[in-house]
Design a protein around this ligand. Structure first.
Ligand code: HEC
Ligand code: HEC
Ligand code: HEC
Length: 160
């Protein structure tokens, strides 16, 4: 809730209403799909994958954590995982570096949503084509982080 209010930059009811109005509906497939990691997309989307790996900070998001993790409690680590790994706490998502190394970094799915169904079928109906800035802001690039990192919402930033 706190994050929703921050998103709108408003407080109280006005913030809540704005957040509800701008919340995009999930694709039906998205609710059933699991997270698979960026490499699973590479065989069919070579170009996007190459560009993502080269340019996107998301492809190295685990590295940002590495130095700090030894100093954190288990609960604090989990907080970091929520934004710095692929699908933490969700079906198919990151569990630990040992168990799920392919999901330690953020993937295409941070923007396009969980891709297990689409990766098997190749069906465009089963993947989110247009990521919504709302998701970027609410889930990770929220106002607290914006102040720290001077993030400016740009749809392709960190994409491909
Ligand atoms: C087995 C091959 C295959 C895999 C694996 C695959 N895709 Fe696709 N994808 C396709 C095909 C085919 C299309 C439709 C043609 C096109 O737009 O290139 C498509 C289209 C898309 C689109 C556009 C959807 C639209 O509405 O136009 C996105 C976004 C996408 N894929 C993302 C991903 C992501 C993210 C992954 C990994 C989680 C992934 N794909 C894995 C085959 C695949
Ligand atoms: C930072 C967000 C972001 C990330 C990360 C991202 N994409 Fe995209 N992707 C977009 C946006 C924005 C579009 C364009 C949507 C539109 O307006 O049609 C797009 C479009 C696509 C399309 C449709 C064809 C095209 O190029 O326009 C495919 C396929 C695709 N992405 C695959 C991928 C794959 C595979 C990865 C990971 C290797 C990935 N994306 C990572 C934001 C992202
Ligand atoms: C609400 C989401 C969120 C949480 C929670 C979060 N981060 Fe981040 N973090 C981000 C975003 C977004 C960026 C990148 C901002 C940018 O570059 O615009 C980032 C960047 C970083 C960077 C800087 C990377 C670089 O090289 O510039 C470090 C270090 C970092 N985070 C560590 C952590 C640690 C440690 C935790 C857990 C205590 C954590 N983060 C929790 C969202 C989050």
């Amino acid at each position: 809730m706190n994050k929703l209010l921050k998103y709108a930059g408003l407080s109280g009811l006005a913030g809540l209403l704005a957040a509800l109005i701008f919340t995009p509906a999930a694709l039906p497939a998205e609710e059933e799909a699991a997270y698979v990691g960026a490499e699973a997309c590479s065989s069919c989307h070579e170009g996007q994958y190459a560009s993502f790996m080269e340019k996107s900070a998301k492809a190295h998001s685990w590295k940002s954590l590495e130095k700090m993790l030894p100093k954190l409690t288990e609960d604090e680590k989990k907080e970091c995982y929520a934004c710095h790994t692929t699908g933490y706490g969700k079906p198919g998502g990151f569990l630990s570096l040992e168990q799920t190394p392919e999901k330690a970094n953020l993937s295409c799915e941070a923007c396009h949503g969980p891709g297990s169904l689409h990766s098997e079928s190749g069906d465009p109906e089963e993947i989110r084509r247009r990521p919504d800035v709302y998701n970027c802001v609410v889930f990770c690039h929220n106002s607290e982080r914006v102040q720290i990192f001077k993030f400016k919402p740009m749809l392709y930033h960190g994409g491909h």
